[in-house]
Design a protein around this ligand. Structure first.
Ligand SMILES: [Zn+2]
Ligand SMILES: [Zn+2]
Length: 158
C-alpha cells in the first residue's frame, strides 16, 4: 500500500482514489476518468493516458509529446468546475476543469471543457487535437454503432 496522497486533489490516498483506475478498474463516470487522467499526467502513466483516449484516436496520439509534457511539467493542481452528463446512446459527458502546471516557460492555468463518451461501461476521453475522421453518415468512431452525426458529432458540434 502506498501512502501517497492522490495528485487529483481529492484529499484521498492514491490507492483509494485514481490508483484504482490506473490499476485497471473502469472509471464510473467522466469526471472520475478526467481526474485519473490528470493524476496519470502527474505520475507519468503514459500507457494509461493512451488507453483512456477514444480507441479510434489512439493511433493518432503523439506518445512522445505526451511523455515530454508529463515529465517536463511540474503539476500544481486540478480544479473540476462541473461535469455535465447528457443522455445519448451511449452516454456523453463534458467535464470543465482547470489544470495548473509550471514549466520552463513559467506557470500555466488551462481551462478546458473536455468531451467524454461511454462505450460498454468504459468511459473515454475524446481528444480534440486528434481529428475524428468520419463522414456524417459513417459509423461513429466511438464504436457506438450509430451514425456519426447522431452520436459524437452532435455533441462535439463538428
Ligand atoms: Zn484521485
Ligand atoms: Zn459516438
Amino acid at each position: 500500500m502506498s501512502v501517497t496522497v492522490c495528485p487529483c486533489g481529492s484529499g484521498n490516498l492514491l490507492d483509494a482514489c485514481c490508483g484504482h483506475y490506473h490499476a485497471g478498474s473502469p472509471a464510473p463516470d467522466a469526471q472520475t476518468l478526467m481526474r485519473s487522467r490528470y493524476s496519470a499526467y502527474v505520475l507519468g502513466l503514459i500507457d494509461y493516458l493512451v488507453a483512456t483516449t477514444l480507441p479510434a484516436q489512439q493511433a493518432g496520439l503523439d506518445r512522445n509529446a505526451i511523455a515530454e509534457w508529463s515529465t517536463q511539467s511540474t503539476w500544481l493542481g486540478l480544479d473540476v468546475e462541473s461535469a455535465e452528463v447528457f443522455g445519448g446512446q451511449p452516454e456523453h459527458a463534458f467535464v470543465t476543469f482547470t489544470a495548473r502546471w509550471h514549466d520552463s516557460a513559467g506557470e500555466h492555468a488551462h481551462r478546458e471543457r473536455s468531451a467524454f463518451v461511454q462505450n460498454k461501461g468504459t468511459w473515454y476521453f475524446i481528444d480534440p487535437t486528434v481529428g475524428l475522421k468520419a463522414g456524417r453518415n459513417d459509423p461513429c468512431p466511438c464504436a457506438s454503432g450509430q451514425k456519426f452525426k447522431k452520436c459524437c458529432a452532435s455533441y462535439l458540434g463538428s
